[in-house]
Write a protein that binds this ligand. Structure first.
Ligand code: ADP
Ligand code: MG
Length: 240
């Protein structure tokens, strides 16, 4: 579903992604970990072309992202993204945050968009918040709205960039629970997170990045029991 071949990315002179080879299959849940500044967010943002690549090939849903004539808006409709800081529109009610893109981008009618939005609000467990504004919600609730908003576009892939890092500890679980539900339903997911419990429980694969490179890829059992790479070992020991 997602294929990186020989991908490099520079910010000016700075070589932020180095020779990335990565293949993610439909239905896979891939967790990306690594030190701050190792390129995790940039890797994720390349997948929906929030960042462009400098060299190599990147294919998402059978579309070469950087080919001339690629309709990036079309590609983005298939990819939901959830950020650390939710990025909800503060001046819009929860329901309107969710219906906006399906109506504007997919051309769904207001009635249908609202019905779909309510369905996903129920899925993330807060249908009663439809008419609230984001500022009236806890961080965990806001993040669940952000997930519902992503799902309302009926994406094939969901990308999560540290979705629980800005949350109070007591609400992290409710967001992880929603994400676990998605994994059980077969959603293809790429998740940058420091939640190693989540990785152990639901990831099909763990990718460890350091200094712009994918240093190690393994099944979570093997990776957490004994990472091959010294850098990965050091990273894990610091998390504990
Ligand atoms: P991570 O998510 O693993 O913390 P990032 O992908 O955010 O890492 O960043 C990797 C490196 O690229 C960091 O050194 C960061 O400062 C740099 N970087 C990220 N975005 C930009 C940008 N837009 N311009 C210049 N440098 C950037
Ligand atoms: Mg990051």
């Amino acid at each position: 579903m997602i294929t990186f071949r020989n991908v490099h990315k520079y910010f000016g002179q700075f070589h932020v992604l180095k020779d990335i080879h990565l293949q993610i299959e439909s239905g896979e849940v891939v967790v990306v970990i690594g030190p701050s500044g190792s390129g995790k967010s940039t890797l994720l943002r390349c997948m929906n072309r929030l960042e462009s690549i400098s060299e190599g090939e990147l294919t998402v849903n059978d579309v070469e992202l950087h080919a001339k004539g690629t309709d990036i808006n079309q590609v983005r409709q298939e990819i939901g993204m959830v950020f650390q800081h939710f990025n909800l529109y503060p001046h819009m009610k929860v329901i309107d945050n969710i219906t906006l893109a399906p109506m504007k981008v997919r051309g769904v009618s207001a009635k249908e968009a609202k019905e779909t939005a309510m369905l996903y609000l129920e899925k993330v467990g807060i249908p009663e918040k439809a008419d609230s504004f984001p500022s009236q919600l806890s961080g965990g609730q806001q993040q669940r709205v952000a997930i519902a908003r992503g799902l309302a576009m009926k994406p094939k892939i969901m990308l999560f960039d540290e979705p629980t890092s800005a949350l109070d500890p007591e609400v992290i679980g409710e967001v992880l629970d929603v994400m676990k539900t998605l994994t059980r339903e077969g959603m293809t997911m790429v998740v940058v997170t420091h939640e190693m419990g989540f990785a152990k429980e639901v990831a099909n694969r763990v990718i460890f990045m350091d200094e712009g490179r994918i240093v190690e890829q393994a099944k979570p059992d093997a990776f957490f029991a004994r990472p091959e790479e010294e850098r990965a070992r050091l990273f894990l020991s610091r998390l504990l």
